[in-house]
Unconditional design. Sequence first.
Lengths: 678, 572, 316
Amino acid sequence: MIMDLASTLFGVMASAYALAIIIPLALRSNYTLSIRAGLSFVFIASLSQLILSSTIMIRGSSACLYGYFCIDSFSALFLAVIGLAGLSISLYGMEYMEIYKGLGGAWAYSLMVSLFLSSMAMLCISDNLLLFLFFWEVMTLTSIVLIGWEYGEKHVVRATKQYLYTMLLLNSFPLILGVSMLWAGYGTLQLSSLEKIIDDRSPAWLLSIIMFYIAFTAKAGLYPLHFWLPDAHPAAPSNISSLLSGVMIKMGVYGLFGVMLRYLHPPVILYYLLLVQALLSIFWGSIKAVGENHAKRLLAYSSVSQIGYILVPLSLSAITLGFDRVLSALLLAAGLAYLFAHSIFKTLLFLTSGCYIYVYGSAGLDDVANIGAVSRTAMISIIVGSLSLAGLPPLLGYIAKLSIYASILRGASPLYSVIAAMVIALSPLTLLYSVKYMAPALRLVEKKVVRGRIGYPMRAGMLVPVVLLVVFGLYSIFGLFTSISMRFYGVAGNASVEAGLIHIISPYGYYFPLIVFASIGLGLLLGYIDRGKDVVTSRVWTTGYIIPPDKHLIRPSHLYIEFSRIFEPLTGFSHEVYECLVWRIPSKIVYSGIASRITRFFGGLNTWFAAKARGLAEKYSGIREFKLDELAGSSVVAAVRVFGNMARLIIVSPIALFTIALLILSVIILVILLFWWV
Amino acid sequence: MVDFWRRNIEDLGREEVVGIIDRELHGLYTEKYGPTKDLIIYLAPRENIREIIRRLMTFSYTRLSVIVGNDERYFRRDFSLTYIVAFDKQNLYIGVRAYLPEHDPEIQSIADMVKAAWWNERENRDLYGIEFVGLKDKRKLVLPEYWPDDAHPWRKDHPYNKPVMDWREGLPDYKPVGRHEDLDVIGMGPYHMINDEPIHWRLYVKGEIIVDAEHRGFHNWRGIEKIAEGRLTYNQIPFIAERICGICGFTHATSYVQAIESLAGIDIPDRARYIRSLMLEIERIESHLLWVGIACHILGFDTGFMLSWKIREHIMHLAEILTGNRKTYGMDIVGGVRRDVLGDRLAKARDSVKKIRYEYRELYNMLVNNSILVKRTRGVGVLPRDTAISYGVVGPVARATGLDIDVRRDHPYAAYKELSFDVPVYSEGDVLAITLVRLDEVFESLDLIEQILDALPGGPLAADVKGIPENKEAVGVVEAPRGEDIHYVRSGLYNKIQRWRVRAPSYANIPPVKEMLIGYRLADAPIIYASVDPCLACTERYLVIDVDTGSKKIMTDDELRAKSRKLSSRIG
Amino acid sequence: MDECMLRTVWVIVLILLGAFMAPVLDGLRRKIRAKVQRRIGPPLLQTIYDLSKLFSLQPVLPFKNMFMIVTPYIVFVSMLVLSAAVPIPYVPGFSTVFDAITLLYALLFVSVLVVLLGLALPNPYSNAGSAREALTVTVFEVFIAFTIVGIAYKMKTLNLYGLAVLYGFPGNYLRISTLFLSASLFILAYIESAYTPFDMGEAETEVLGGPYLEFSGRYYGLFLYALLLKRYILLSLPVSLVLVSPVAAVLRSLVSGPLLSVLVLGVFTLFLLITMSVYSVIEALYPRYRVDLAFKPLILASVIPLIGLVMGWLGW
C-alpha cells in the first residue's frame, strides 16, 4: 500500500518536474506566463514530494523504487526539506522573477530550477553511488547556471567563476575520484551492498573517505572550505539563494551522514575533525556576518555559521555512537531538528532579502527602511525569520536550538560541557547579526522605493515558512526527529531518548512557548485596546536643533563597527589568504594559462555557431533580427539557441573548460587505477 | 599654519624682551607707546599685521589672547583692531593695533596661522562688519543666523537699545560647513543631559566614533558690553560684570576693576588686595568642586557628584560667612573692596577650611583610586601641545598639556606676589591630566586661603579715587578657575567707558574641543567637552543669575541690604 | 484542592509578589544609594509613585505607530508572566515548567524587542544605546554559558524548580565548585541587570536613556516597570538558589505543606532585600564603563564559572 502510494506520488513528482521543463519551453514567447507555468509545476512537484516524504516519515516505513531509489525516513526528511523550500520559492518566484524580465530566458530558468530541485531530490534517494554522483553533478551544474543568472554583472561573473572553480576542484574531482576508488576496490557502487563488504580498511576505502569528506564539507560550506559561499549565494536571484542556502548546503550534510556514516563506516577521528570545523564555522560565519552590510551576504555568512550549528550535534552524535547509542540518537535528532528549522527560516530570510531588492532595488542594509509601510507580510516575515535565526522563543528556531543545548548537556563527560559552553557562548553573535538584518527594515524613516507593493505570490511564498515556524514552535515535532534518528541508528524504544532530554530540561520545556505566546497575545490585545488614542505626536528628539531626519541616526552599516574592528586583523588576513590561494593563483594559472586559449577557441566556435544560427534563421523564416525565442518552428535553431545559451552561461565562462579537463583527467585516473587494481 | 619653532625667551626679563621685539618688528610698525606698565601697543599698517603676529608667535610662551575691535570713528574716522598677545613669562601684554578705514574695513585673516584668531575674527566680523580676507569660516558667531548682514551692533552709531528686527521673524537656520555624506549626524545640545547651558555640538559619527565635530553657541548672547558702554558708570560696572557668570563672577569683577585701576594708576590698599585674593580662591575651590561633581555625574558616578557638591556646600557657606552671599559676592569696587571681612569670622573660616581639607582629601583619594574613573579619562580627548598653543588655551587645560602658565604667578595681581603656591602642571593633555590639575589646584587654593587668613593686613578697604583719566586704555587679567580672564577697557568721556571687551577663559578653551573630540567615541564626547569646564555664560557675556541669589534679584536695593544684614548677623 | 488549582494560586501569588517587589527593590536601591552618598533619599515607595505618575501622564511619541504602542505592552506582560517563573524552592509556579536556559532566553527575547525598537527609531542616541546593549549581551554570554553549563554539570538538571530544591542539599551545596558557581550567579544577576558600571545601554549622560529615549507617559512607564521586573527576576536567581535553597532544605525537615512554602517565600523576600542592599552599595561605588572598556572585564569574569565547571569535573 505504501509502495503504491509512494510510486504514485513519485510518478506525479517526476512528471511535474518534467512538465516544468517542457511547458515553459512551449510558452517561451511570453516571459511571465512561461515563468508562472513552469513554477506552478515545480509547486505541484514539491507538494507531491512533501506528501510522499511526510507519509514515509510519519509512518516510519521505507520504500524502494525501481531498484535504484530507496526512500527511508532519513532521506525523506531531506526530501521534505527540499519540498518545503520548493513550495515557497516556486510561489515567490512567480512574481519575483519579473525583476529579471530584461534578461529573458524564462524557459531556461524553469528548466534549471526544475533540474536543480529534482536532482537534489533524486540524489537523496538514490541507492547507487554512480546515480548519486550523476545527480550531484547535475545539481552543481544547474546551480552554476542559476548563480550566474545575472551574467551581465561583474560580481556575479566573478562569484560564478569562483563557485565553478571550487566545485570542480573540491567537489567533482574528489567525488569522481572517490567513487572510482570504491568501484576499483569493491566492484560495486550499490550502497546497500557496499555497506556489507566494506569492513576491510583498504587504501581505496581510506582515500575515498577522504575524498568524500572534502567534497561534502566543501558543499556544506564548512569553515576552511566555505569561501565560495558568501559570494555565490548572494549572486543568484533571491529565491535561488533560498534554495542554495536553505537546501543545497544540506546535501553536504546528507553526504556526510546519509552516505558516509551510514554506508562507508568512516573512522571516528574524521568526526572529531568535523566537530572542530563546525565550531570554527560557527565562530567565523558569525563574526563575518556581524561585519557585513549587504543583506544577502550577511545571510550567506550566517549560513556558514548555521551549518556549524547543524554539524556540531551531528558530529558529536557520530563520535558518541561507539559508546552511547541513545545519546547519539538524541544528538542526531537535535541536529536534524536544527537542519529542518534552518532550512525553513533561511529559505524565508533569503526570500525577505529578495523583498529588499524588489522594493528598494538594493539589498544594502543602508538602503532599506520601514518595509512595514509597503507590506506587512514582509515585515512579519522578517521579524519571524530573524527571531528564529537568533533562536529566540517562541519560534521553531528556539525549539531547535534548545534541543541542541539539551542534547549536548545530556552528555556526561567534560567534552560535552565544553562544546555546550562554546555553542551557548557563540549563539548571541547570531542575535547580533539577526538584529542587524532585521532592524533596518523596521526603521521608521523614508527611503526611495522602486516598487511600492508586494503581490500575492510573493506574500504566499513567504507565508508558508512563517506559518511553519510559528506552528512548529507551538507544537513541537521533536518526537518525529527522535524517531528518525533512532531508526537511523537502529535504537529501539522511543521513551529512552525522550527521557534523555527530560533528564536535563524541564519535562514541559517544549511547551513553554505557549506561555510566551500567550503573553505576547495578551500584550497585543492590550496594545490593541490602547491603540494610542490620546498619544500626541511630535518630532524625533534632536536635542533642540533641526537635523535632517535621514541623517539623524546611526546607519546599520556602522552599528557594530567597534565590535567588527576587534576581529579585523584576523578576518582581513585570512581574506587575503583566500584571495591568493583560491582565487588569484588559480585564476592566474588556469585562467590566463590554459583556459583563456580554450576559451578563445570556444568563443570563436560560439560566434561561428551564432552566425550559422543567424543564417539559418534568416533562411528559414526571413526574420532579420536574431530572436530565437520567436522561431518556434525551427528545432535546429532551438538546439543552437540552447547550445548558445548554455555556451554563454557555462562554456564560455572559461572554467567550465577546466571542468571538462578535470573530468577527462579523472577518467584517465580511473582507467589507470582499474588496470592497476585488476 | 605657522611652524611653532619657538624661540626660548623664558628666562629673559621684560626689558630685554621688549628690546628683542623692537628689533624683530623693526620697520613693520609705525609707532609704539605704553599706556600702562604691562601693556605696550605697536601701531602698524594693516598689511603688516599678519607678519607681526607671525613673528611674535615664534617666541616661547606667547599666545594670542584676544582681538579687540573698536569703533574710533569719533576720533579718527577709522575702526581699530588690537591683537593682544600675552608674554606669559615677562608679565607683559603686547598689543598690535591696525586702523581700518571706515569705508573699507578689510584686513588679512590670521585664523589659518593662529587658531586663536578664529572666533575673534568671526566675532569682529559680526559686530563691526570688518571683513577678514581669507577667513574660511564665514558663518555668524555671536549673532543669530537671521540677523541682517548690514546691521553691526557694536558700531557706535548703533545705540544699545535699538531694535534691529523682530526675533520672531525667522527660526535659526543653522548651516553646517561639514559635508560628510557617508557619516551620520548626532546633535548634542542645546538641550542635552550634559549641557547645563545651551550649546550645540554637531557630531559626525561613524558608528559611535566621532569623525568630525562642529560647534554653534552664543544662543544667550545679549551684548552686556554694549549695555555697559551705553549707560553704566565706572563703579556700576563691577556689579554687572560679576553677574556675567554665576560661577566665576568675582573674577570678572576683579578683572574689570583691575583694568580701571591700572589705567587710572590707582594703588589699592593691602587689605583690599588680600580680601580680593581670598574671595578669588574661595571662588576657585567652589568652581572646581562643581566641575568635579559634574564630571563624575557625566561618567555615571553619582556618589562622587554628591560628595563633591556636599563639600562645595561648605565653601559656599564659608563665602556666606565672609561676604553675606553664597555667590555673587558684590565686593569689588574701583579702588578696593566694598565690605570688610570681620575679625571674628576669620576663626570660623579657618575651621571651615580645615573641615573642607579633610573631606576633600577623602574625596580626592576616592576619585584618584577609582580604576574605572581613571580608565574612562586616561588617553581620552588628548589635546596636543602644538594645538593648544595655536588655540591659545588657558588655565587647567593649558597646564594639562604641559604649558606652565598661570596668571596668578605670571602676571601677579591682588596679593599673589606675597603668597606662595605651586602651579600643578601635567603633560599628557588628556582628560585625566585636566582633572588632576583641577584636583591639585583645590589643595593649593586651600593653602592660599590659610596663608591669607594668617597674613591678612589691616588698613583701609579702598583707595581714594580722584577721577578716571579720559581716553586711556588698559587690560586687567585674573586667573579665573578656568584660566586667564582678560578685560580690555578704554575709558571714554563723561565718566563712561568707551570700550569694554571681556574675554572669558572658555572663549579660548571651547574652540579646541572640536579637535579634542575627533577620533573618540560618542561615550567620551560629554566628558571631553566638559573637561574644558565650558562656561558659556562668560563666553557669551550674558547675565546669569545664580539660583541662590535669583530670588533676591527682584527685591529693591534696601530690602536686599536689610536681608543680607540680617543673614550676616545670623551667621555672625 | 487539586494540584492544578494549587499551581494556579502560586502563579498568581508569584506574579503579585513580583509586581510589588520589583518597584520596592528599586526604592530600596535608591534609598541605600542615597545613604552611601550621604543624602536622605526618596521614600521606599518612591518608584511606585513614579510609576503611577508616569501612567497618568499623556504620552508623546514621535510616530503614532502600532509597533511603538504594542511593544511596551508585550514587553511588560512577558516580564510579568516570567516573574511567575522565579525559582523558589517548594513554591511551584511556572518554575516547574521552565529551565534556566529558557528563562535567560525569554529575558533575552524581551531585551531584543527593546533593542529592535531602539534601532527602528531614527534617533542616533537610541540607536547607539541599543547597539551597546546588544553588544554587552553578546560579550557577557561567555560568562552565562559557563555558568549554565557548570550548573547543569553539577546539579544534573536545569529545571528551575528542581534547581531551587536541589541546590541547597548538603551534597550539592557544600562543595567548592558550588561556591564558584554561586559567586558567578551573583555576578550574572548584577551584570545582566545593567547596574552601574555596566549601564552603557541607557547611559543617561551619554545617550540620554538609549532605547527608551523617545518614549514617554505610560509607554515609558511600562518599559520601566518591565526593566524593574527583569532585575527582580535576575536577582531572584542567586538569592533563591544560593541563599534560600539551603534554608529551605533545613526548613523541610521541620515543617511541610503550604506552611513550608509560605515560610520559604518569607525567607526569599528577606534575602532579596538584603542582597539588593549589597548590590546598591556596590553600584554606588563605580562610574560607568565605556563599551569597549567593558569587554575585557566581562570576558575575564568568566574565569569564575570556568573554575566552578572544572572543579565540578573533578568532583569537588
